[in-house]
Design a binder for this molecule. Structure first.
Ligand code: SAM
Length: 267
């Protein structure tokens, strides 16, 4: 059976459309999300509503951000969803999530994300972490491994440092390709990200940390000293007790924040 006949919609590759069709997996994800009326529930990429319907069931209102106009039209005329959804047609990468905050209600954000934009989308969402209670995302398994990686491992990179700076990361479950239509070429996994109320290692200016990590991970095979020689002197590494002959993936989040704060103090 073709995807179109099966779903009543042709999956668009450019929008990263792999629709969840495994009811057991859907139930597990909805259980992890734990929908409620005390938070503003926000779904990124509702698609054909695999998660949207069970999440909306039992709550008053669900906000969705969907790029595909055809799917937005379907959601608008969906018999059970149309009265509950607040639909924003547009690109989640450009969406101002702070506009959704109401009085003291925080956001719970979730989605089976389009894999082609999942990393920039998470960087975008970290900017709104103060408004977010938690996030549950279906991602490529490899991306979940990067989010939860420890220093010194291959998966540890800039995404790891920034994600672990903002959030506590908890892998929830692994999902095989056969749980989607069409099946993606890679394994998937669901992850929970909980933004820290009080950051374990606070940075004076997160822009400096962003820039520092970008420069540090520019060439993974070089030493930290080599990658950062334009901005951090040997004396400053010594002052912080950081061995700069290590590679960027061997430096902890705490050490990156210490380096960023040193740069902030010099400004
Ligand atoms: N939630 C549905 C499910 O689980 O079956 C669909 C998931 S599919 C992997 C990704 C969804 O994100 C699609 O509906 C796609 O149209 C939408 N999408 C793609 N790029 C987007 C973007 N930049 N902003 C918002 N939605 C996007």
């Amino acid at each position: 059976m073709s995807n179109k006949v099966h779903l009543g919609h042709t999956a668009r590759k450019r929008f990263g459309q792999n629709f969840l069709t495994d009811q057991n997996i859907i139930n597990s994800i909805v259980g992890a999300i734990s929908p409620d009326n005390e938070h503003i529930m926000v779904e990124i990429g509702p698609g054909l509503g695999a998660l949207t319907e069970p999440v909306a069931d039992g709550i008053e209102k669900l906000t969705v951000v969907e790029l595909d106009r055809d799917l937005v039209e379907r959601l608008k005329s969906h018999p059970t969803l149309k009265h509950k959804l607040v639909i924003h047609q547009g690109d989640a990468l450009k969406f101002d999530f702070s506009q959704l905050v109401q009085s003291d209600k925080q956001l719970k954000v979730f989605g089976n994300l389009p894999y082609n934009i999942s990393t920039p989308l998470m960087f975008h969402l970290f900017e709104f972490s103060q408004y977010i209670k938690n996030m549950h995302f279906m991602l490529q398994k490899e991306v979940v491994l990067r989010l939860s990686a420890s220093p010194g491992t291959k998966a540890y990179g800039r995404l790891t440092v920034m994600a672990q700076y903002f959030c506590q990361i908890m892998p929830v479950l692994e999902v095989p390709p056969g749980s989607f239509t069409p099946a993606p070429k890679v394994d998937s996994a669901v992850v929970r990200l909980v933004p820290f109320k009080t950051k374990p290692f606070p940075c004076q200016d997160v822009e400096v940390l962003r820039h520092l990590t970008m420069t540090a991970f520019n060439m993974r095979r070089k030493t930290l000293r080599n990658n950062l020689k334009q901005i951090i002197s040997d004396a400053d590494f010594e002052l912080l007790g950081i061995d700069s002959t290590r590679r960027p993936e061997q430096i902890s989040v705490e050490e990156y924040v210490a380096l960023a704060n040193l740069l902030c103090n010099k400004k």
